[in-house]
Design a protein around this ligand. Structure first.
Ligand SMILES: Cc1cc2nc3c(=O)[nH]c(=O)nc-3n(C[C@H](O)[C@H](O)[C@H](O)COP(=O)(O)OP(=O)(O)OC[C@H]3O[C@@H](n4cnc5c(N)ncnc54)[C@H](O)[C@@H]3O)c2cc1C
Length: 409
């Protein structure tokens, strides 16, 4: 119901969602187009303390984006200096190493860093404020598209006219749903347990991915003697484990983690994340563009979800900046189609790759184990192929947008 206190303001781009994707896009647009280009980000979580206990692997291309938009220097990051991959049963006494990655994508540039989600979000929010992005602590509740604008309703009753509405509102995107864009995919029978572990010995920047029959168990190095754990199990088993009292949880953790880093202790919150794959049927609609998890959600097996979202951000920011500099309307379909062409195929390819990896590794089949171990062993012995995989994982292959190459817009 309309009330007299409601008002309609204007901005060039309204971004629904102040997660990593929404905030990074807002900063990039302001830096690319200057103060005359107004950007608003709306999210009910703005101004509330971050509660996500997760950490993320930020690949080299995404780090270049953060460096270029000026947030990287404010984040504590642990470089991943090498990575080992094992493939065994939980009961096996020894876990032979099938694949190792080390070295840099470019001299002195590690292929990935680990950062804590709370710290990253905090740094992005501060930078957005400093760049003059308007931050609205309110949810997007609906919108109406007209010929040359979209009128967006916010939870507190205000409405905003924008030339473009960006859906950066996560996996259960209301904006995507209201735009009538279907999302295709499936849920996995797995969930991921996430926690942080403190350990006695140094990890020396080593990441470990242990492929166990129920799913991957990843140990990812954080600053200090700590590692972030992403631990995939069948959903019912994951729910059981996460609800265990501390000593029971510790015993399950230690069975998988081992004692190679000395005594371990789970520190901080434990969280359960149901896993799924979904890709939006379109990444754009009239005056709407989807970025990040609003456009796609993938299995965390390769730690690529956020990195893909940042690729969307870099591509969309470049498309908008180019269009506005040419005097074009950033919300027009002709402009947005360039973004969709750029991102959709790459997203499908990554979705299929992570799904295939999960199916190949998360099972009890001895035949598949033999095949994949021969495959991993081969990759391990071919330095050229391994280097290509590292560059691909680091986001540096294909048509890489400027921000991911470390170039300002
Ligand atoms: C266990 C696990 C581990 C992972 N590890 C990695 C990793 O190592 N590396 C990696 O690259 N990726 C990883 N990912 C994926 C990564 O976490 C996500 O891809 C990323 O958080 C998505 O960011 P986003 O900004 O698109 O969405 P989100 O972070 O979900 O942000 C969406 C924002 O939108 C807001 N919002 C929701 N509805 C509305 C509305 N109606 N109006 C306004 N705002 C709204 C929410 O409050 C939220 O702030 C992992 C995922 C999981 C589950």
């Amino acid at each position: 119901m309309e009330t007299s206190s409601r008002s309609t303001q204007r901005c060039d781009v309204l971004i629904g969602g102040a997660g990593f994707a929404g905030l990074a896009l807002a900063i990039a647009l302001r830096q690319g187009l200057g103060p005359s280009f107004s950007v608003t980000v709306a999210d009910p979580m703005l101004g509330r303390a971050a509660t996500d206990p997760r950490s993320s692997a930020i690949v080299a291309a995404a780090r270049r984006l953060f460096e270029t938009i000026g947030v990287w220097a404010n984040i504590e990051a642990q470089p991943i200096l090498d990575m080992v991959v094992t493939d065994s049963r939980l009961t096996d006494a020894v876990r032979p190493t099938f694949l190792t990655f080390d070295g840099d994508v470019e001299p002195g540039e590690p292929f990935a860093h680990m950062v804590e989600n709370g710290a990253l979000l905090d740094a992005l929010t501060k930078k957005a404020e400093a760049e003059g992005v308007t931050l609205q602590p309110a949810a997007v509740t609906g919108f109406e598209v007209a010929t040359n604008r979209v009128t967006v309703q916010l939870a507190q009753g205000d409405a905003l006219d924008a030339r473009l509405l960006v859906a950066a509102d996560g996996a259960r995107s209301l904006i995507r749903e209201r735009a009538g864009i279907a999302s295709h995919g499936w849920t996995y029978s797995q969930s991921a347990i996430v926690t942080t572990v403190a350990h006695e010995r140094e990890h020396n920047g080593r990441a470990e991915e242990h492929f166990l029959p129920a799913g991957p168990f990843a140990i990812l190095p954080l600053t200090g003697r700590r590692s972030s754990i992403v631990w995939t199990e069948e959903a019912h088993e994951a729910a059981r484990i996460v609800a265990l009292p501390d000593d029971g949880f510790h015993a399950e953790l230690e069975r998988r983690f081992g004692l190679h880093l000395g005594e371990i202790q789970a520190v901080g919150a434990r969280r359960l994340h149901p896993l799924g794959l979904s890709v939006a049927r379109a990444f754009i609609a009239d005056r709407i563009a989807l970025v990040g998890d609003a456009a796609h959600v993938i299995h965390p097996i390769a730690g690529q979800g956020l990195n893909m979202g940042l690729k969307d951000v870099a591509a969309l920011a470049e498309v908008i900046v180019d269009a506005v500099r040419l005097g074009l309307d950033p919300g027009s379909l002709a402009v947005l189609e360039r973004y969709q062409r750029w991102r959709r195929f790459d997203t499908m390819a990554m979705g299929i790759a992570t799904d295939g990896l999960n199916r190949l590794f998360s099972n009890q089949s001895d035949v598949l184990r033999l095949l994949r171990d021969v495959g991993l062993g081969l990759v391990d012995r071919l330095p050229g192929l391994k280097h290509l995989f590292i560059r691909e994982a680091a986001g540096l292959v294909g048509e890489v947008p400027k921000l991911l190459r470390g170039e300002a817009l």
